[in-house]
Design a protein around this ligand. Structure first.
Ligand code: DHE
Length: 531
């Protein structure tokens, strides 16, 4: 029955509509057309934080038991104005109209509906090899410095722009599909791997002239993460896609994206041992110590180590982390995975060599480091840090247990960030003396259009902030291969990427003509996990 819906971009929305929600007593009634609109808006704007089944994660539980108590007017206010805890101001921020907010307020008082599951056979039907391996070039077809290419996500255009980092020229725009969330590279760096919000993965060959998509597959109806096998001997052999719905991960072939295995992530919460029907796969990194991927299983709070050395016998080790695991990245040595459990204001540290959790660090409200940043503090030695969605705070902890055991996994600095809450990302580079921070979700327009820079050798001097643009939101930083330029996105329909000289903080270039640019990923830094 689901067959005709499974591989379309609107699978999720259609699927939810096929099951008539049972109205809770007192829940406002919606027409079929209203239900269709609301389901679509919920998928695009709300499901990421609150969950498809609305049990809550980065955002609170929105099941009728709770929402009916708040009522339509109260819910409209929250949706319109946002909250200091990080809920965006959807109406005053211009994302939704007042009548859409009212529609959503009514919708979430009705019972949530589970979209369908997906089998390997169904996933296989969406799999396309556009350029077979035998027809791909064996060496770059161009003279460009491809390891300094940037893949820039044009979120709402469903494209990835490939930009030459040396010349700042947009070489091509690849149709990647709906709302790509992140890019990662294969271990060799040759391929960009993209994952769309709708679960469609793509593989872009940077050696082709111009770079082009060579394979694609849709492994779920909602996803946020992808990575490649990077361990010695397994380079470019496999990739993994982490799904939000259905809650599972899929192992695919590293050259063709052929789907090979699916593993469900459903199970029990690590602390209260309650069954959770929707434990979503959040961040994934690829271990440098063994043939394993490290997966954040958001709702159950486990970090899974997935051994891919024999995929007919996939071994999963479940390390107790914290709820609700979201984003994270490596320390400078690539041994420790540092991950945010943002609803518990905690960073969880996993030692991928010893394969165990070594610490939980209490930080500020809703930590959101992205992949984080690692640098050397003048007083405390090698450190790592996170910014926060819920407050203007930079938390810095020691991350060198060997050289500086006293500071290891302890917060050594808590630096107040004057612009306030709403930071999403931070970035530095081993060759840089700067730490860059964004304030993309700050409710003040000027702040959300600014970046701030802290001199890492003078943390007491505080941060210097400057406005990048007079439109959009400024989000996500990435260094070039040499580590002397920082690229920043101005996120709106007339978007641009602004390039700064990291030493002087002077603007070097403005790359225009990009629609809703969000994340950007330098080939060299992504393949070597440099941040
Ligand atoms: Fe992201 C990373 C999930 C909202 C841009 N985002 C991630 C990761 C996850 C995630 C799990 C880590 C992937 C990894 O490392 O393997 N993001 C979610 C959500 O669930 C959430 C909160 C809500 C949603 O509905 O998607 C969300 N994210 C956003 C945005 O609103 C952003 C700013 C724009 C967008 O695309 O929607 C956004 N997320 C990004 C970017 C990264 C990311 C640019 C990669 C950062 C990096 O440097 O690796």
């Amino acid at each position: 029955m689901w067959n005709k819906y499974r591989v379309t971009a609107t699978t999720f929305v259609l699927a939810m509509l096929l099951v008539v929600p049972q109205a809770f007593a007192g829940a406002p009634k919606l027409s079929d057309a209203e239900m269709k609109d609301a389901t679509k808006i919920y998928f695009q704007r709300c499901a990421g934080c609150h969950g498809t089944l609305r049990k809550g994660a980065t955002g609170p539980n929105l099941q009728p038991k709770k929402t009916l108590d708040i009522g339509t007017d109260g819910l409209v206010d929250i949706i319109s104005e946002g909250t200091p805890g990080g809920m965006p101001n959807f109406v005053t921020g211009g994302t939704l109209t007042k009548s859409q907010a009212t529609l959503m307020a009514k919708f979430i008082q009705n019972k949530p509906v589970a979209p369908p599951e997906m089998s390997l056979a169904e996933i296989k039907e969406s799999w396309k090899v556009i350029v077979p391996v035998s027809k791909r070039p064996t060496k770059p077809q161009h003279k460009r410095n491809w390891q300094n290419f940037f893949g820039v996500v044009e979120r709402d255009a469903g494209r990835v722009a490939i930009i030459d980092g040396d010349t700042k020229e947009i070489i091509t725009k690849v149709n990647s599909g709906y709302a790509v969330h992140i890019l990662r590279t294969s271990a060799s760096g040759r391929y960009f791997l993209s994952i769309g919000r709708d679960g469609k993965a793509g593989m872009i060959d940077t050696w082709m002239s111009p770079p082009a998509i060579v394979a694609e597959v849709k492994t779920c109806s909602e996803a946020r993460s992808i990575d490649a096998s990077k361990y010695k001997g397994y380079e470019d052999k496999y990739a993994i896609i982490g799904c939000y719905w259905p809650p599972h991960f899929v192992v695919v072939d590293g050259a063709t994206l052929e789907p090979l295995k699916i593993v469900s992530t459903r199970g029990y919460t690590y602390d209260t041992f309650e069954y959770h029907p929707e434990p979503r796969v959040a961040a994934i990194v690829s271990s440098h110590y063994s043939p394993e991927w490290v997966l954040n299983i958001k709702e159950t709070g486990y970090v899974w180590l997935v051994d891919y050395s024999n995929i007919d016998n996939i071994k999963v080790s479940m390390i107790e982390g914290e709820r609700f695991l979201h984003d994270g990245g490596w320390d400078a040595t690539h041994r420790y995975f540092q991950s945010a459990a943002n609803m518990r204001d905690t960073m969880v540290i996993i030692d991928t060599k010893e394969r165990k959790r070594v610490a939980k660090i209490a930080v500020g409200t809703k930590p959101h480091p992205g992949r984080g940043a690692n640098w050397v503090d003048p007083k405390f030695g090698p450190v790592s840090g996170t910014v926060h969605i819920g407050e203007g705070l930079l938390s810095v902890w020691g991350s060198d247990p060997k050289g500086h055991p006293k500071n290891a996994w302890k917060v050594v600095r808590s630096i107040e960030l004057e612009p306030g809450a709403g930071s999403l990302f931070m970035k530095t580079h081993p060759k840089s003396k700067n730490l860059w921070l964004d304030f993309a979700l700050n409710t003040d327009k000027k702040n959300s259009r600014s970046v701030c820079v802290m001199k890492i050798d003078k943390p007491e001097a505080g941060i210097k902030c400057f406005q990048v643009a007079d439109h959009g939101r400024v989000v996500h930083m990435e260094y070039n291969k040499a580590g002397d330029e920082v690229w920043v996105s101005v996120w709106d329909n007339e978007g641009e990427v602004v390039v700064y000289d990291d030493k002087t903080l002077k603007e070097k270039a403005r790359i225009k003509g990009l629609r809703t640019p969000t994340g950007k990923f330098n080939v060299y830094n992504t393949m070597h996990d440099i941040y």
